[in-house]
Design a protein around this ligand. Structure first.
Ligand SMILES: Nc1nc2c(ncn2[C@@H]2O[C@H](COP(=O)(O)OP(=O)(O)OP(=O)(O)O)[C@@H](O)[C@H]2O)c(=O)[nH]1
Ligand SMILES: [Mg+2]
Length: 429
């Protein structure tokens, strides 16, 4: 149990019966209203500001169990009542840490990402963000921008010397370097977004081409039922897998065909819904069969913005080698031939590159802010090439870019956004 804020000292004296030595683990009883022992455990007292939240913090480590925990909780609430002690909201400890400048917003989000990480790569990346690696990269850009803005704003006040001054201080070169750095951060954030959110890969195609077999081969487990009867899969089957630490959600669907079976019809409707929400579509075909009207009809209904590949399955029956040929991949779900090629192709379609450096576990809002900043810098660069009249526009674009970056670390953030970010935490964090 963790208590934070102005009630800590009162609660500590009531429950532990004394004032604890700061940052020492103290074994002792937890006392009830009448001085009776509720439980025994370790207490830790962290006086602010050297605590997680930046306020006074008390941590009580008992034996656990819901009833004893409830008793300790009730005791804390009674003891701290006069100080306004109440149950924390989700993420409130971390929110306070942010408000007390212990961490910035990127680090606060990294706490939630670390808890929710679904792969080791995502956890490592969240840990790096928590240690400020992502924040430092953004801060470095903000600092460089601030320097450049000072220069430009100063020049605005002395229009006669404008051109010479900006030239001698290499204003153009500075902007170019900032843009390069931003591009690199953006790329690392895109990679991190893949680690964080995963990629939805939908297996689609006519019945009996081997979609369920391919799911099983990718999952290396018997997840879906496979039979020689067309129309075996009726409902969508989802399986989470990892390739090189990237989380993939593989969705097997009912084979697409005209049918009067009411169950199959519903299944096929679901297949289309999955296809429409896919990040990547694998369009399966039987390598033995020629292109059929149905295949053309199916592919024509894929959303054009979603990347797709034709997967020719069952090459063990045609004797062809496993290979990638333009937009086609030749595999055998049965023998496993070509599966490594297919895995690499999926990663490539997802936009994953094994970067030498850590990916930044990006959220949508980070990506949007970075992209917006990038756009403002591009506009600034365009203005820089123009006549003197554009200098104030140039300065304005730099300011806008800096504002966007400020939103990432939380320097400029609305209460609503904070509520949204911390509301998703679990209680006690
Ligand atoms: N020889 C060979 N047979 C395969 C291969 N992949 C699948 N099959 C066979 O093809 C048949 C259909 O496989 P499924 O995986 O059930 O096909 P599906 O596309 O899921 O079919 P529906 O669920 O009916 O849409 C089964 O008999 C599989 O054993 C392969 O690579 N080689
Ligand atoms: Mg199937």
């Amino acid at each position: 149990m963790r208590v934070s804020g102005s009630a800590v000292v009162v609660v500590m004296e009531a429950l532990c019966g004394k004032r604890l030595t700061p940052r020492h683990a103290t074994l002792g009883p937890f006392l009830g209203d009448e001085g009776e022992v509720i439980d025994e455990g370790i207490s830790l007292y962290f006086p602010g500001p050297h605590s997680y939240s930046g306020e006074d913090v008390l941590e009580l480590q008992g034996h656990g169990g819901p009833v004893v925990l409830q008793m300790i909780l009730r005791r804390c609430l009674v003891a701290g009542k006069a100080q306004g002690l109440r149950i924390a909201e989700p993420g409130e400890f971390t929110r306070r840490a942010f408000l007390n400048d212990k961490i910035d917003l990127l680090q606060a989000e990294a706490v939630a990402d670390l808890i929710e990480a679904s792969t080791e790569a995502a956890a490592r990346s969240a840990q790096a963000s928590l240690h400020g690696v992502f924040s430092q990269a953004v801060e470095a850009i903000v600092e460089a921008l601030t320097k450049l803005r000072l220069l430009v704003e100063a020049t605005l006040d002395f229009p006669e010397e404008e051109i010479e001054f900006l030239k001698s201080s290499d204003a153009l070169g500075q902007l170019e370097r900032i843009r390069l750095e931003l591009t690199s951060v953006l790329e690392r954030t895109r990679q991190g977004a893949l680690l964080r959110d995963g990629v939805k890969v939908v297996l689609a195609g006519r019945p009996n081409v081997g979609k369920s077999s391919l799911l099983n081969a990718l999952a290396e487990a018997e997840v879906a039922i496979v039979t020689a009867i067309p129309g075996t899969t009726r409902d969508r089957i989802a399986q989470a897998i990892q390739i090189e630490g990237v989380a993939l959600h593989i969705i097997d669907t009912a084979g697409l065909r005209a049918t009067s079976d009411p169950i199959e019809i519903i299944g096929i409707e679901r297949s289309w819904r999955e296809i429409e929400g896919a990040d990547i579509i694998l369009n399966l075909r039987d390598a033995r069969e020629p292109l059929m009207a149905d295949d053309i009809e199916i592919a024509s209904r894929f959303p054009p913005s979603v990347p797709s590949r034709s997967i020719f399955n069952k090459i063990d029956l045609t004797g062809e080698p496993a290979r990638i040929d333009g937009p086609s991949v030749y595999v055998s779900a049965l023998t496993g031939a070509g599966m490594d090629l297919l895995r690499q192709e999926i990663l490539r379609l997802a936009g994953w590159q094994a970067l030498g450096e850590t990916a930044f576990l990006g959220r949508q809002r980070h990506l949007e802010a970075l992209q917006a900043a990038d756009l403002h810098l591009a506009r600034a660069a365009a203005h820089a090439g123009e006549s003197d009249r554009a200098l104030d526009l140039y300065a304005e674009e730099l300011r806008l870019a800096q504002d966007e970056l400020g939103q990432i670390t939380g320097e400029l953030t609305s209460d609503e956004l904070l509520g949204e970010i911390f509301g998703r935490f679990c209680i006690g964090k």
